[in-house]
Write a protein that binds this ligand. Sequence first.
Ligand SMILES: [Zn+2]
Length: 160
Amino acid sequence: MDQATLADLIDGKLPWHQLKEVLSGTKDIDRFDLYLEVMQSRVAFPEKILLPLAEHLYVVSSGDGRRLVKCDCGYEFGPLERNWKESAAVLVRDSEELLEEIYDPWHRCDPAWMELREFYCPGCWSLLELEAVPPGYPVIFDFRPDIDTFYREYLGREPE
Ligand SMILES: [Zn+2]
């Protein structure tokens, strides 16, 4: 698979006949590296992407051995070990007034039982994550990948 085809796949622009071929075909051994190249070409920061973390978010190498979470706009959320949500802008929809902004009465939760937490990037205001949790529930730490094991075990090399 070439870079342009992979970019179309990422953007959901691949025609069905090609998509079907990709889905059912043998995966290229270098697909992950090609994916990182495409994503690196799209972000507004120079640090090397080690792993995509979520839509808009990446684990990057700081260059001095630290691993950081960054948004594609360049906003830095801090070290990978810390929950990036602590550095996000948050809107908690915990009242009828805030819920009715986006949901009609028959399709929204009861704020006494559940609240919606919207996490935004303070740099570009992209919606990054949504939690639907009981009021008072701790902020969820979604995913902390083991970068070293992933690179060693699955890619057969050391991460940068
Ligand atoms: Zn951003």
